[in-house]
Design a protein around this ligand. Structure first.
Ligand code: PA5
Length: 487
């Protein structure tokens, strides 16, 4: 299992090419040379022999994920393979809304971040500002907060009668999403009476939760996200597919990319399985005290992939106990950065600060636009930029940052997308999900719960006066606050 990877690890090769003859269809490339001791030295780098010495652990983690594929909380693994009918229903439904001006998503956390990441990656970067005849599809607003100013600002710029609202909540009980629904339901009723129901699509767990009951009574179109698909693993369920299809994104290609990445992640061989391999490298890095994981795309289109990653990595792996109830307090703190913007902000800390980070670069080979830097007068100092492209500049800046980090012995690895399209984005999402699943299995924790988040949700219910939460309110009120410590 380990040997061919071990042999090639230090030769500057990448997983996909090493197995070229066996043809893995995925289009992403993974280069983790700068995680290894050959590049970073003994102290900061990882020894490839670790794959051998931890073979039992790796095999166990692999089986934990693979044996439960499609079962329990791992139903997300089935999404790219078994949704033909769902996709048909979605594509049929969205036809009704093609002439609408706006799509508004009400949802939070896993019910919003995947949509934001994919939409930003695949729509024109100024989609909402384009003229309707160029845009062709409605504008998109994903409202994942309950800041009253933000709600008011949205209402100031949209005509609700020409807007379809996709209300998304897996539990059907989240306060933020329910209140957004209640506000919009009320406004739509006033403007459209009984026709209001046509402007609302609900995505929730069928048969469960307050929102489902409301949807049935009001006669809304409902999409089911399936019992065993957790919020942060739901982007390829109707949670993401409905709003993405509403704005014209090719959801079939997205799923196709996810299928191809899944095939790679099914491999028991580290050398062919990027998710298992990099999950193990992150796991070993944590054991070396590298408890911060920085996600740094060099593309504005991928900026919100970092938000998606931060949620899935942070909420899944940050846990107090392992599966045997031992106190472990594990998890890497995910941090978002954007290349090149954050070269002028965070990179100083990354190169010279504590040795506690692993930086993941997202590199794009071919951008969808080419911009040449023209000559702007006879100035010697600008000659090096003349007739080059912004494409070259951004890519050399990434390489330069990679060089600087590596020179200062800072662990980093690079994921390369041939270009940003629905297929590669589908691959990337599925890779993030599998990498998280494998890393959770290596840490032997429950990857799929979020007791810390639930605690806050319950406390909100209590403070907002929800019935049957009186004990929680007592608990909150019993927490002592000392006035001496308030300035
Ligand atoms: O990943 C998760 O489970 C959470 O981030 C949820 O998505 C988030 O709390 C929203 O929950 P719900 O979809 O039930 O409204």
């Amino acid at each position: 299992m380990i040997n061919d990877l071990t042999k090639n690890a230090h030769k500057g090769k990448i997983i996909q090419k090493r197995n070229f003859k066996e043809k893995i269809a995925m289009q992403l490339k993974f280069d983790f040379n700068n995680m290894m001791k050959e590049t970073l030295g003994e102290k900061e780098g990882l020894d490839f022999q670790l794959f051998e010495t931890h073979k039992d652990l790796l095999d166990l983690a692999y089986s934990k994920v693979m044996d439960n594929r499609g079962k329990g909380w791992q139903e997300w693994t089935n999404l790219p393979f078994y949704q033909q009918d769902v996709v048909k229903d979605i594509l049929e439904t969205v036809k009704r809304y093609q002439d609408y001006d706006n799509v508004v998503v009400f949802g939070i956390g896993g019910s919003a971040l995947g949509t934001i990441a994919v939409a930003n990656a695949l729509l024109h970067l100024r989609h909402n500002e384009l003229e309707k005849n160029v845009r062709k599809f409605p504008r998109l607003y994903v409202e994942d907060n309950v800041d009253p100013e933000r709600m008011q600002a949205l209402l100031d710029v949209i005509d609700v009668r020409k807007t379809v609202f996709n209300v998304i909540t897996k539990s059907g009980t989240t306060s933020e999403t329910l209140s957004q629904y209640m506000i919009i339901h009320n406004i739509l009723k006033q403007k459209l009476n009984d026709d209001a129901k046509d402007n609302i699509i609900i995505t929730t767990t069928k048969g469960k939760g307050t929102l489902y009951d409301i949807a049935v009574k009001e006669g809304y179109k409902v999409f089911d996200l399936g019992g065993g698909v957790g919020g942060r693993f739901s982007v390829l369920s109707p949670v993401g597919l409905v709003p993405l299809a509403l704005v014209g994104i090719d959801i079939n290609s997205l799923l196709e990319g996810a299928r191809e990445m899944s095939e790679a992640c099914f491999s028991p061989e580290n050398s062919k399985n990027p998710a298992l391999c990099t999950a193990f490298l992150q796991y070993m890095s944590m054991r070396k005290g590298k408890n911060i994981s920085v996600m740094m795309p060099y593309a504005d289109s991928l900026k919100f992939m970092s938000d998606f990653y931060c949620q899935i990595w942070g909420e899944s792996l940050g846990k107090a106990t392992d599966n045997n109830n031992n106190i472990v307090h594990v998890g890497q703190t995910p941090v978002k950065a954007l290349g090149v913007t954050d070269q002028h902000s965070q990179i100083q800390l990354y190169t010279e600060g504590p040795f506690d980070k692993v930086v993941t670069f997202l590199e794009v080979e071919k951008y969808r636009s080419n911009v040449t830097i023209p000559t702007a007068g006879d100035y010697k100092e600008t000659e090096f930029l003349q007739n080059k492209t912004l494409n070259e500049l951004i890519n050399y800046e990434r390489k330069a940052t990679e060089f600087a980090l590596t020179k200062y012995k800072r662990a980093n690895f690079t994921i390369t997308l041939s270009e940003v399209n629905a297929h590669t984005v589908g691959e990337l999402l599925q890779y993030f999900m599998y990498q998280t699943a494998y890393c959770g299995a290596l840490l032997d924790i429950n990857t799929y719960n979020q007791p810390g988040v639930e605690e806050g949700k319950q406390a909100t219910f209590a403070m907002m006066g929800r019935k049957n939460y009186e004990n929680k309110l007592d608990e909150i009120n019993s927490l002592k606050k000392d006035v001496r410590y308030i300035i």
